[in-house]
Design a protein around this ligand. Sequence first.
Ligand code: NI
Ligand code: MN
Length: 236
Amino acid sequence: MATRVRWLGHAALLLESDGRNVLIDPFLTGNPKAAVQAGEVPADLILISHGHGDHVGDAVAIARRTGATLATNYEISLWLQQPAQGLDGDHVQGLQHGGSFLFDGAVRVKLTLAFHGSMLPDGSNGGNPCGLVMTFPDGVKVYDAADTALFGDMALIGEEGLDLAILPIGDYYTMGPDDAVRAVKLLKPRFVLPIHYNTFPPIVQDADAWAARVKNETSAQPVVLQPGDWFEIPKK
Ligand code: NI
Ligand code: MN
């Protein structure tokens, strides 16, 4: 069964593969571009890239409702188990950069570097921000850079052979369109999906203009989605 991705608005994504739903950075309540409501989105595995409110979002409530496993960095994994959040440690995986785990014998998730902040909404220490490399049962490999600046070691991540890279293009809080094109050149993915733009005034961008640059200047195929749209990732 194919792997497909649905942009839920801002940095929220749903990846579906072989009947498993992987929900990333589910900021839905209060997200002016949210394509679904927190009370209805499916999740078997929830990934949180860093501690900021526009990424942790509704993760705790969705985990409670669905019984999904949560994977994130070690510091956020401890925070999720504090009384205020109250998640069961059996459902929380606390990884660190370079570390991976295999979910349900089927989806491998590895944390990568990201250059950003990670303080949690209540001011707690959220550890270091992360990107995510996911390998799905059909062999499709996806890199979600999450919130980050451009960095040269994206070339190392690209060596893994990426089918899809998901990159912020919003500028202001993350890399902007120019650096995101440079990121595509380092990552060399087959397809690239821009996110983290047009949610709020400081991050308004022209995604179609960016996609035209990707087409002209890189070997990757840009995929511009509207919040709510799906993209099925073609196998090689
Ligand atoms: Ni952030
Ligand atoms: Mn963000």
